[in-house]
Design a protein around this ligand. Structure first.
Ligand SMILES: *Cc1c(COP(=O)(O)O)cnc(C)c1O
Length: 388
């Protein structure tokens, strides 16, 4: 049994779960079938349902998003350098590195925190083979400009759409842009299969390639046609996904209402900025980030983080540190401090507040009150960081 909401710590998210009884029924189906993995009936149904939900030509499910992204790079046969964003979860950069490719970090935009297309071309060299942007927090990248740059320089585009499940731009599904898009179905993402992920793509020729890559390169009982690994989604994950898919639209609606509540309650705090809906974009409300300009607010991102913790509210500093600042990448030329001024500023001033469908509105109100109480403090000279 769950404890009463008032006793529970509030985390940044809570996984969306299927109805237990329905899931037990599915588990029985899987047990009765004798197939636990390897393209069983649940997986086939799940991929079909996903294709319909995401409105894309091809969908392939994987055991997680990271391996899916790694195999996307492999399937496109990338070489040399890949231009990417530092403002992401380390998995994005690792997927590049695991392929023996060099990540090249490009600065981001101050409004969406996505890769800044105006800064991409200066980073293109003879060794560049692809651009790997992230639709951070589910806000779409400037896909049309990125597409133009890629065309002009003959580069592939792989989107890390881990946060962007269900997002559309002017009625066009987010997974239809670029050569391949990756979605993560990790438990912390709005749509989840416990762990899991998928790739979407338009080129039919990629389907076989990707299938072999996730299945040891095996084509038939006697043929191994390429190198491969094991990145298959199992039947219990797929069954879970089928049931969660039925609930995702309602979840997104609830998150939309909670987002509205946060925005309304936090709108008049000097130095505190919320994101807003972008015209023509169907959002999924995957996260609720706020940006704090310490010089104007008189308190910092870290102050809010610490204050909320006292009330057992656990916000998260996504994305801090930058992917370019972790030990394995910080020595790269493109990671150098000063080269990524917007990313450096955002990573110091961003905080993601709790957001999930089951979050009660009174808790949102309480979180907003705690933040507002900080703004009552006098501005102390020594607290203002000099590099903002
Ligand atoms: C969650 C996430 C991933 C990794 O997905 P997994 O399914 O956990 O492997 C990759 N990129 C971003 C931006 C993510 O947030």
């Amino acid at each position: 049994m769950r404890k009463k909401d008032s006793d529970c710590p509030i985390y940044v998210t809570r996984p969306l779960l299927p109805d237990r009884k329905e899931y037990y029924k599915k588990v029985n189906e899987v047990f009765d079938s004798g197939f636990l993995t390897n393209q069983g009936a649940q997986l086939q149904q799940f991929e079909k349902a996903l294709r319909e939900f995401l409105h894309v030509t091809h969908v392939m499910a994987f055991c997680n998003g990271t391996l899916a992204l790694q195999l996307a790079c492999k399937a496109l046969d990338l070489k040399g350098e890949v231009i990417t964003t530092p403002f992401t979860f380390p998995a994005t950069t690792h997927a590049i590195s695991w392929n023996g490719l060099t990540p090249v970090f490009c600065d981001i935009e101050p409004d969406t925190f996505n890769i800044n297309p105006d800064k991409i071309e200066a980073l293109i060299t003879d060794n560049t083979s692809a651009i790997l942007p992230v639709h951070v927090f589910g806000n779409p990248c400037r896909v049309y400009e990125i597409n133009q740059i890629a065309k002009k320089h003959n580069l592939k585009v792989i989107y890390d759409a881990a946060h962007a499940f269900g997002v559309e731009i002017n009625g066009q599904p987010i997974g239809s842009f670029g050569d391949i898009s990756m979605f993560s179905f990790h438990a912390t993402k709005s749509f989840n299969t416990l762990e899991g992920g998928a790739l979407t793509f338009n080129d039919a020729a990629l389907a076989d390639k990707l299938f072999y890559l996730k299945n040891f390169g095996i084509k038939s009982e006697t043929e191994v046609v390429s190198i491969g690994t094991n990145a298959k989604m199992n039947e219990l994950q797929a069954a879970f996904g089928l049931l969660v898919l039925d609930k995702i639209n309602e979840e997104i609606q609830k998150r939309k209402e909670l987002t509205k509540q946060y925005r309304e309650r936090l709108k008049n705090i000097p130095g505190l900025r919320c994101l807003h809906d972008i015209e023509g974009v169907k959002h999924n409300y995957q996260y609720f980030p706020i940006i704090i300009d310490e010089t104007k607010a008189g308190f910092s991102r870290n102050d809010i983080y610490e204050e909320l913790k006292k009330y057992k509210v656990y916000s998260r500093k996504y994305f801090y540190p930058l992917a370019s600042q972790v030990t394995c990448y910080r020595e790269l030329t493109s990671a150098s401090k000063g080269g990524l001024p917007v990313a450096e500023r955002i990573t110091q001033s961003i905080l993601c507040l709790p957001l999930y469908g089951e979050l009660p509105i009174p808790v949102v109100a309480r979180i907003a009150e705690i933040i507002i109480s900080l703004s009552g403090r006098p501005i102390l000279k020594g607290r203002v960081s000099k590099d903002y």
